[in-house]
Design a protein around this ligand. Sequence first.
Ligand code: ADP
Ligand code: ADP
Length: 232
Amino acid sequence: MIKLSHIVKTYDSPAGPVHALKDISLEVARGEIFGIIGLSGAGKSTLIRCINMLERPTSGTVEVDGRDLTAMNNRELRAVRKKIGMIFQHFNLLSSATVYDNVAFPLRLAGTAEDTIRTKVTDLLGLVGLADKAHQYPSQLSGGQKQRVGIARALASDPSVLLCDEATSALDPQTTKAILRLIADINKKLGLTVVVITHEMQVIKDICDKVAVIDKGVIAEQGTVFDIFTEP
Ligand code: ADP
Ligand code: ADP
């Protein structure tokens, strides 16, 4: 489903080149929940942003569903990105828009008809447990509720992949559990392939099938959660 081959990402900075990723290769199977764990600065954010090409790798290839994203022009990329939803640590909601309008946003950008949008947004708000919050604004919601809006928005264009960038790091432990349960439910119900980046071991243990441990831009270990976290 997702295949990263020999990904290198070097940032230019005034202090000289920053080697954020040094030859990363990994494969995520369809329907899997794949975790990427590492310390701050390890390269997790850069890596997940390479999967949807928010960040262009310096070299290497990114294949999603058998198509090489690194070979695509911007128009082709825009089409493919609709199939890759993403949620963020700080939710990235539009503060002046209601919950409904936040979820409708990607559909409006795509030129979807308003009656189709209404059905879709209503379904999605039901799925994430926010049916009664459609007309509230983000500032009226708890952190967990904001992330539920983020999830609904990410699902609006029927993606086959969901990328989660430290999606629970701003939440308390109890809310984290609930959001992880929701992500795992969505993975099962919709058959979505999920990639989760986190610095929290518990997140990986709770929902991931496979895990890659990333350290200073390289994969230190990779395998099933059972293999990596069970002491011999
Ligand atoms: P993580 O998500 O694991 O905290 P990042 O991918 O954010 O790691 O960062 C990896 C390394 O790349 C760090 O040294 C970080 O400072 C550097 N980095 C990230 N983004 C940029 C950028 N836009 N320009 C320069 N350096 C960057
Ligand atoms: P988070 O840890 O919440 O994911 P960061 O604070 O690491 O976010 O990064 C926020 C933004 O700044 C990202 O777009 C990242 O690429 C960029 N960034 C991170 N480190 C650097 C850096 N050393 N130089 C320039 N930009 C950076």
